[in-house]
Design a protein around this ligand. Structure first.
Ligand code: ATP
Ligand code: MG
Length: 430
């Protein structure tokens, strides 16, 4: 019977989120939902796992996500499934499967939830992490290709970050053109890489053959000076792509959303077309991308759907919370209830429950003590968990006058039961 048990811990790269930090997560999500509502987005919830094939096609066979980072497993019937590494492909699949193209106008869908990638865990990089993202897509007749959609989504993100109190973000912007522009640029790059690629990293040597565009994503320091000499994509864009991008930036200028142009921003998804973007934040260190996204006019067709141009983004909620906590000195504020009710004796436990119920129904945040506690123990427990203590003894119950102590000031007050809720709703400031 005495089998020694080893302590089971959370799997590497996964985390438990505990209070009070979960309060910060909830407030981020509440702020995001409020902003989405103002922009007329609605929530979509898709499954955590999908057929592996969806991501191979929807994210791209050649991407890091699909080649190295996906959690893929064989189901009992032999089919290959994968934990979702991102959500865009799932949203497009759902759009196609449920014929959302038949609904009027553009579809504006947002999601939030966990994603899974087998990466090397470090600050701001986990194997299970959360994204908040959105997609705007629809048939071309719905205006889904309009540069106004791009500008609107970028302006919304600027608003959301401002609303959350994230200061000092940078919006980096680029256009990777149409699929034809990209194909042309890929050839230009391939030729330019011919003479220099042997001096670059192994990954770049592979990419130079399979997908030269990906070379611009390379993070190896020694490769950077070489990459800086390569031709830029802006010179390969056709008239229509240039005009589209010019209208995106004109609308951003009008709305006074600041941005910087970054011609190397090609992003990890193979199907990005035209506008690509990232919001970065200096306070995050090496993992400085808060969110990324772009237009994907050919994605729906790539996974077997109708023509459905669109644009979307995914925001790393873990990194968002990290930057918020950094701004507040790394610690979420301790949680304190409005009041702690201390019954004086076990016979008063039922009356204490009634009083707590009364106050909670009025919207107050109440912690309930226990009648077996001595008064001193009640005070100690109350001071740790609440701003005030309400003492409920036999006298208080009979007279309807309660004794309330406000810890911040040390002041003790007699309050009639009918006025108690209003009294407790006042901030317990010193
Ligand atoms: P990175 O270059 O940092 O790996 P990415 O290009 O792989 O980012 P996306 O696929 O665009 O990232 O995902 C959007 C956002 O999701 C990122 O900007 C980041 O904030 C967040 N994110 C991506 N991977 C992780 C991870 N492993 N842990 C935490 N957040 C992540
Ligand atoms: Mg990545």
């Amino acid at each position: 019977m005495d089998v020694p048990t080893t302590l089971i811990r959370a799997v590497k790269g996964t985390r438990d989120l505990l209070p009070p930090a979960t309060e910060v997560w909830n407030s981020v999500e509440a702020a995001a939902r409020a902003v989405f509502r103002a922009y007329n987005y609605h929530e979509i919830r898709t499954p955590i796992f999908e057929e592996t094939q969806l991501f191979a096609r929807g994210v791209g066979e050649e991407t890091d996500i699909v080649t190295k980072e996906m959690y893929t497993f064989e189901d009992r019937d032999g089919s290959s499934l994968a934990l979702r590494p991102e959500c865009t492909a799932s949203v497009i699949r759902a759009y196609i499967e449920h014929r959302l193209d038949q609904r009027p106008g553009v579809q504006k869908l947002y999601y939030l939830g966990p994603m899974f990638r087998r990466e090397r865990p470090q600050k701001g990089r986990y194997r299970q992490f959360s994204q908040i993202g959105a997609e705007v897509l629809g048939p071309p007749s719905s205006g889904s290709e309009s540069p106004l959609r791009d500008a609107e989504i970028l302006e919304m993100l600027a608003t959301l970050l401002d609303e959350l109190g994230i200061t000092g973000w940078t919006l980096e912007l680029n256009s990777v053109g149409s699929l034809a522009d990209r194909a042309r640029y890929n050839e230009v790059l391939r030729t330019a890489l011919d003479s220099v690629v042997l001096g670059m990293c192994q990954d770049c040597q592979r990419r130079a053959v399979t997908n030269p565009l990906r070379v611009l994503d390379c993070k190896v320091p020694a490769d950077q000076p070489i990459i800086e000499t390569l031709p830029v994509i802006a010179d390969s864009l056709d008239e229509a792509s240039r005009a589209h991008f010019a209208q995106v930036t004109a609308a951003l200028d009008a709305a006074q959303v600041p941005y910087t142009l970054n011609h190397r921003l090609v992003r990890g998804l193979d199907y990005y077309t035209r506008t690509t973007f990232e919001f970065t934040h200096g306070g995050l260190g090496a993992q400085n991308a808060l969110l990324g996204g772009g237009r994907y006019d050919g994605l729906s067709e790539a996974i077997g759907g109708p023509k459905a141009p669109g644009i979307g983004f995914a925001m790393g909620e873990d990194r968002l919370v990290l930057s918020l906590l950094a701004a507040q000195d790394q610690k979420a504020a301790p949680l304190k209830a409005d009041a702690f009710i201390a019954p004086l004796g076990e016979t008063l436990n039922p009356a204490a429950l009634v009083l707590a119920r009364e106050l909670r129904h009025k919207g107050l945040w109440i912690e309930l003590g226990e009648g077996s506690f001595r008064l001193k123990k009640s005070f100690e427990a109350a001071e740790k968990t609440a701003g005030r203590i309400v003492i409920l003894g036999e006298d208080e119950l009979q007279s309807g006058i309660l004794t309330v102590k406000t810890f911040a000031t040390g002041i003790q007050t007699k309050v009639p039961r009918a006025e108690l809720a209003a009294f407790l709703a006042e901030p317990a400031k010193g």
